[in-house]
Each structure stands twice: as structure tokens, then as C-alpha cells.
Design a protein around this ligand. Structure first.
Ligand SMILES: Cc1ncc(C[n+]2csc(CCOP(=O)(O)OP(=O)(O)O)c2C)c(N)n1
Length: 728
């Protein structure tokens, strides 16, 4: 590979200086942003927050990717695994101009810089991570482990896109990240983009060494190449040598990526390419203070956060900070007014090629509506409640099959599932789609192909992360999982929910397709499974999220499921949780009845009650398919054995209707709530999940006790009945 022009590298070095300077300014300074006067205690923030250690490496990579983008006109986005390096990414999107375009008050001058510094990690300002407020981010990186799964999700069906994904070497110890290297086994060079993993081997976590940091190159090479990558090392601490080495390596990797893609696109898929991965070994806190109070800082875990503390009170520390900041020669990179000097600003890509402005990172801009067939086409004919028994999820599988067909040209829909598509009765999708694999395919394999869009990998983390990456870059999908194991990735559900909660407050972030999670193989009907398969906890997890984004549906039968799914697939910016079992179950409502029921969110089922015109003695309420069956059976028994007792059955499909309407937009007002649950009659609520959900919100509506039927955990021996002899 030819040497990179030294003059260009010198300028890039200055650009990197500017980014490092702005990073430190965000961590430390309240005022005096350009150091026009000697640093004084009053210029320092009262509380020093932020992470320096990872930041110089992140900026180094950013500056180099800018060169590649500019020279080769690359469509590239940047995902920061160690998202705590937020100030570095904010510094870079500020330098490239996207920050000021989105936040005009952060001007490209000393006043804007002052504002940029003051807002960082400050109440009312911006978070310390690469969060939703950061242009160009689809990955906050606060909870470590998901960068590669997000990166692959973004690359699927984006043939032109290269996703640079920085993996922290601490992050690389997490289980989700360890699994995510396998993404290349699902990445098709013909129709997908590429992921360029850059393992940032700075050797340390918060307070100790990383496992990989203590391995020699040979061991790391074996490990990463074992996943199928072609490993490139760039190591050292001399900046100018490192600029040259990294630039050359980047060029090599880019050439390889494009040649694999060109070959596959010209000749068709033959085998998984050995995609390149870079191992960048640099000191933690590179270019920062070497020693403070006699203790080494650069190249140690002590550089992780704020490398020089107590700067306001300790004049020696203040001096270290000032010398450190001046080492980046701010007067060489910013002019008198604080503007980035044009010769350096010219090194950033233009327009949408800037990584902070790439539309793939604001997926709503690229979102094309999903073409959803009329869900009523998949209706089960129900002439009389419980006259039919069906596996409800099968109907959803039929609908998804046709969603795949209708959107085949747009290539914007994928289904993610940990190896349970058939088990969850969604196998109709295989009439038109395959499972994906770019590894060897053997004659006996079932619906396995490099072209598939059914993403089956036995990792809830990967399914979830891939779907999130896919959604955040403007596409659509569904994650279906056994209910109990949705808890494996529950934390990802929370993180995505928080992202959406904040994202909807930012007018520049365009709405994206909702995160749709189908929980099936539920706790009440795991007939051949054990206690391990019982745990409806994700409901509680989603209940804890804000009403602006959280939705939970418990359709009691197939027609309700279809209606709910149609709504979820066309919705935006929600986390939609749909809970329904896969086993044959009685079908209660005709399609028109189901539509009316789901539109209301809950209904009194007069056909199961005996008090249409009068106040009941007791309300039997239910949410969830098995609790519905049990409740209908109980009501039947009461009607037949104690006919003088007036029983009302209320079925809840949209759990959020139980909230007070002040807390959730779907919540009923008190009058409507009382219309169903009465002012003061006892309510016995059979609920699919843990009882506190119903207690908390149902009680709030009626200010009195409500009994919930639910065991403190699901039964070890399945208790559900599938009676076909109910005379409803
Ligand atoms: C899942 C998770 N566990 C723990 C943490 C707390 N944490 C924040 S930063 C960090 C160390 C990260 O090390 P590394 O990924 O190597 O990043 P870098 O050294 O580049 O800062 C830890 C443990 C976290 N953010 N996420």
C-alpha cells in the first residue's frame, strides 16, 4: 500500500488535536474556552464528569474515517461501543458542522464553544454518552455489549453502507459482544452492507486490565480470525507513525471490503468473505497527562474518566490541565474568534457524507411504510365463541408470509427469532422466505439460504440488537421469542425504550418503526417444558416505561392478535409487547368483534355475563389468553350453578387501558373505567403476568382493593385447560 501523503496526515493530526481539545474542554471548562487568558479556578466546572480514556482513540478513528469517506466517497456511519466517549463524538460532529446545523445555538465561535463545554453532562444540557441527542448516533453505548449487533442490524439490506463499529476491549468481555462477532455468518455481500469492527485495545476498563489487553497479538489474532475475520493490527503510541499505519490499514480494509462486494455482486454469492477487522492497540488516555502526583496516568486505567481531579482547588493540577490543553495548540486550530480554521474544516466530508449527518443514523428520514396486507384476510371464522380451536400465532405467520412477499422489492422487513420460528407456529413465512446463513449449507438443511430474511440465531441479544439496528436505520421487523427468555434481553428493551423516550423530544429525529416483540410459548402453556420456561416478567419491564412509548397487548385469540399486529406494524416510536400463546386455543371473537374489542382496548363480554342491563354482583376480569379461558369457564360455572349471582366478564386486550388516562394515553377516564368495573363491586382479575401491574393501575382507578388471580409464579405443572365443551 502506498504511503499516505504526509502533508495530509499533518493536517489530520491537527484535526485530531482540535477534537481532543474540545473533548477536554467539555469535561473541564465552564469558561475561557480558547484559553485566551491563563486558566483560573473559576473557569473550571464545579463537578468534573466525563470519560477521557477512550476519547482520543475514538477521535483518532473518526478523523481517519473522514479521510476515507472524503477520498472514496464512502457511505459510512460510526458506532461507538464505548459510548462513554461521548465528548469525543460530540467534538467531532461539532468540528464537521453537523452539531451547529442541528443545534444552532452551539455556534462555530468562542461563544458556541463555551456553550458546548458548559452543556456537557450538566442538568438541562446533554448526556455524557453518545446518546440520542448526538447527531450520527444510533447507539448510545452506555450499556456495553451491543455495538456489533447494532452494526450488523444497520448493515443488513443496506448494500452501499459501511458501518464502522468501535468495540471497547472491556466491552469485548461482555457476553452479547462475544456472541456478536458471529454476525458475519449472516451477512450476505450481495445484498448487505459491511461492518468494519475496530477493536479498541487500550488495555484497561474502569479500574483493571482487560482480558484481551493482556493477550499477545498471536492469541488475539487466533481468536478473532476464528470467527472468520481477517485481522489487521495497528499498534503504537507515536502519533505520526500511528497516523501513517492506521491510514494504510484503513485503505487496505476498504479495498478488501469493496472487492468482496464487487465480486459477490458480479458473480453471485459463493462463500463468506474473510471480512477485515482492525485491532487498534494504543495507550488508554493517549496524549493525556503522563503522571499526576507521581502516579502514572496515560496508558493506565487511571485515565478512564477524569485524569486530573480536584483542579479548582489544587493549583498544581490546574497547571497540569492548562499545559495539557495547550499541548493541542488551540491557537493553531481555531482562529481568533474560535472558528475551526478552514484548512482543517476542509478535511471533513461534505453534506450527508458527514458521519453526523448520514441519513442512515436518522432512520425515520429513510423509512418507507411497510406494505401490510389487510389483516382481516387472515381471520378465523368464529360463528360462536369457543366453537373453534386454533393456534392463533399461525394466523400471524400467514400474515407475515404475505408481508415478506409484498415488501420483497423494498427489502425492508426482517423477522428475528432465536431458532423458534416453527416452534412458535410462524413457519408459514418459510413458504416465501428462508433462514439466513452464509456458512456451509447441507442438503438436509431446512429453508436455509444466504438470501433469507428470517434471522434465526440462538441469542436473544443478537436478535434484539440486530432488530434495533435495522429499525434505527429506517426499516421494519419483529422479534419473537419464548416469553421467559425475553428476560435475557430485557435490559436491551429498556435501553431502546429510553432511546425512544428521549428521541421523540427531538424534532430533528424522525419517527422510526416501533420495536415489536412477540412473546409466545408463554408461562401457562409450556406443557413439555419446566419451571425455567415460565416467567412473564417482561410485562413489568415494559410497564415501567413512559406512556409515550410503552404498549402491552394480550390478545385472547387469533383475530385479536391480527388486529393488534396490524396496528403494531404500522405504528412508530413505540415498544409494542404482544403476549399470546402458540398452543391450540378457543377462539372467542369474530373479526368485526375483534376489531371493535381491540379498538376499545377492553370490553365487557355480555355473552359470557348474565347482567347486560343491570349492575353485576361481581366482575370477573381477565387479560391474557389462558386467564381468559379460565375466566370464561368460571363465569360459565357461576351462571350455571348460582344463576342468581350476577356476573360480568371484562376482557382486557390493551393493558394500558387500566392506567389512569393522566398516566397513559390509552388509559380510561374514571367514568369509562367504572362503566366496566363498577363503582364498588368486587373485581376478580385473572391476569397473565405478575399481579402488581393490575393492582397498581387498576386500584388507582377505583381507589380500592381488587383481587388478582395469579400465583406468585407460574405453576410447575401446567394448569390450563383447553375445554371445547363450554356452552358460552
Ligand atoms: C454492561 C455494562 N457493564 C458495566 C458498565 C460500566 N462501565 C462503564 S465503562 C466500563 C469499562 C469499559 O471498558 P472498555 O470497553 O475497554 O472502554 P474504554 O477502555 O475504551 O473506556 C465499564 C465496566 C457498563 N457501562 N455497561
Amino acid at each position: 500500500m502506498a504511503n499516505i501523503d504526509q502533508a495530509r496526515l499533518d493536517l489530520m493530526h491537527k484535526y485530531w488535536n482540535a477534537a481532543n481539545y474540545l473533548t477536554i474542554g467539555q469535561i473541564y471548562l465552564l469558561d475561557n474556552p480558547l484559553l485566551k487568558e491563563p486558566l483560573r479556578p473559576e473557569h473550571i466546572k464545579p463537578r468534573l464528569l466525563g470519560h477521557w480514556g477512550t476519547s482520543p482513540g475514538l477521535s483518532f478513528i473518526y478523523v481517519h474515517l473522514n479521510r476515507l469517506i472524503q477520498e472514496q466517497d464512502v457511505n459510512m456511519i460510526y458506532l461507538t461501543g464505548p459510548g462513554h466517549g461521548g465528548p469525543a463524538i460530540v467534538a467531532n460532529v461539532y468540528l464537521e458542522g453537523t452539531y451547529t446545523e442541528i443545534y444552532p445555538e452551539i455556534t462555530q465561535d468562542s461563544e458556541g464553544m463555551r456553550h458546548l463545554f458548559r452543556q456537557f453532562s450538566t442538568p438541562g444540557g446533554i448526556p455524557s454518552h453518545v446518546s440520542v441527542t448526538t447527531p450520527g448516533s444510533i447507539h448510545e453505548g452506555g450499556e456495553l455489549g451491543y455495538v456489533l449487533s447494532h452494526a450488523f442490524g444497520a448493515a443488513f439490506d443496506n448494500p452501499d453502507l459501511i458501518v464502522a463499529a468501535v468495540v471497547g476491549d472491556g466491552e469485548a468481555e461482555t457476553a452479547p459482544l462475544e456472541g456478536a462477532w458471529k454476525g458475519i455468518s449472516f451477512l450476505n455481500p450481495v445484498r448487505d452492507g459491511a461492518v468494519l469492527p475496530i477493536l479498541h485495545l487500550n488495555g484497561y476498563k474502569i479500574s483493571g486490565p482487560t482480558v484481551l489487553g493482556r493477550l499477545d497479538d498471536n492469541s488475539i489474532q487466533k481468536q478473532i480470525s476464528g470467527y472468520g475475520y481477517d485481522v489487521h493490527f495497528v499498534e503504537g503510541n507515536d502519533p505520526m507513525q500511528m497516523h501513517q499505519a492506521f491510514a494504510e490499514t484503513l485503505d487496505t480494509c476498504y479495498t478488501k471490503i469493496r472487492s468482496y462486494q464487487e465480486d459477490a455482486r458480479k458473480h453471485g454469492f459463493t462463500k463468506r468473505p474473510p471480512w477485515p477487522a482492525i485491532i487498534l492497540r494504543t495507550p488508554k488516555g493517549w496524549t493525556g497527562p503522563k503522571v499526576v502526583d507521581g502516579i502514572p496516568i496515560e496508558g493506565t486505567f487511571r485515565a478512564h474518566q477524569v485524569p486530573v481531579a480536584d483542579v479548582k482547588a489544587n493549583s498544581e493540577h490546574l497547571k497540569i490541565l492548562e499545559d495539557w490543553m495547550r499541548s493541542y495548540q488551540p491557537d493553531e486550530v481555531f482562529d481568533e474568534t474560535g472558528r475551526f480554521i478552514p484548512e482543517l474544516a476542509a478535511l471533513a466530508p461534505r453534506g450527508d457524507r458527514r458521519m453526523g449527518a448520514n441519513p442512515h443514523t436518522n432512520g425515520g428520514k429513510l423509512l418507507v411504510d411497510l406494505d401490510i396486507p389487510p389483516f382481516t384476510d387472515y381471520a378465523i371464522e368464529v360463528k360462536k365463541p369457543a366453537s373453534e380451536h386454533h393456534e392463533s400465532t399461525r394466523q400471524l405467520g400467514n400474515m407475515m408470509r404475505d408481508i415478506f412477499t409484498r415488501n420483497a422489492q423494498k427489502q425492508n422487513f426482517r423477522f428475528f427469532c432465536p431458532d423458534e420460528t416453527n416452534s412458535n407456529r410462524l413457519g408459514a413465512v418459510f413458504e416465501v422466505e428462508n433462514r439466513t446463513s452464509v456458512e456451509n449449507i447441507l442438503p438436509g438443511d431446512d429453508h436455509l439460504s444466504p438470501d433469507g430474511r428470517v434471522m434465526e440465531v440462538l441469542s436473544e441479544h443478537l436478535c434484539h440488537g440486530w432488530l434495533e439496528g435495522y429499525l434505527l436505520t429506517g426499516r421494519h421487523g419483529l422479534f419473537a421469542t419464548y416469553e421467559a427468555f425475553s428476560m435475557v434481553s430485557a435490559s436491551m428493551t429498556i435501553q431502546h425504550a429510553k432511546w425512544l423516550e428521549e428521541g421523540i423530544k427531538l424534532p430533528w429525529r424522525k419517527p422510526i418503526s416501533s420495536l415489536n416483540i412477540l412473546l409466545t410459548s408463554t408461562c401457562w402453556r409450556n406443557d413439555h417444558n419446566g419451571f425455567s420456561h415460565q416467567g412473564p416478567g417482561l410485562i413489568d419491564t415494559v410497564l415501567s416505561k413512559k406512556g409515550t412509548i410503552a404498549r402491552i397487548y394480550l390478545p385472547p385469540d387469533a383475530n385479536c392478535l391480527l388486529s393488534v399486529a396490524d396496528h403494531c406494524f404500522s405504528s412508530r416510536n413505540y415498544v409494542n409487547l404482544i403476549v399470546i400463546d402458540k398452543q391450540p386455543q378457543p377462539q372467542w371473537l369474530s373479526m368485526p368483534e375483534a376489531v371493535a374489542h381491540c379498538t376499545r382496548g377492553l370490553s365487557t363480554w355480555h355473552w359470557a355475563s348474565n347482567c347486560e342491563k343491570i349492575e353485576p354482583d361481581v366482575v370477573l376480569a381477565c387479560a391474557g389468553d389462558i386467564p381468559t379461558l379460565e375466566t370464561i369457564a368460571a363465569a360459565w360455572w357461576l351462571r350455571h350453578h348460582i344463576p342468581e349471582l350476577k356476573v360480568r366478564v371484562v376482557n382486557v386486550v390493551d393493558l394500558m387501558t387500566l392506567y389512569p388516562h393522566t398516566l397513559h394515553p390509552h388509559g380510561l377516564d374514571v367514568e369509562s373505567f367504572v362503566e366496566h368495573f363498577t363503582e364498588d363491586k368486587p373485581v376478580v382479575f385473572a391476569f397473565h403476568g405478575y399481579p402488581r401491574a393490575v393492582h397498581r393501575y387498576g386500584r388507582a382507578q377505583r381507589h380500592e382493593s381488587l383481587s388478582t388471580l395469579h400465583r406468585s409464579d407460574a405453576p410447575r405443572v401446567p394448569c390450563a385447560r383447553t375445554s371445547s365443551s363450554l356452552d358460552c
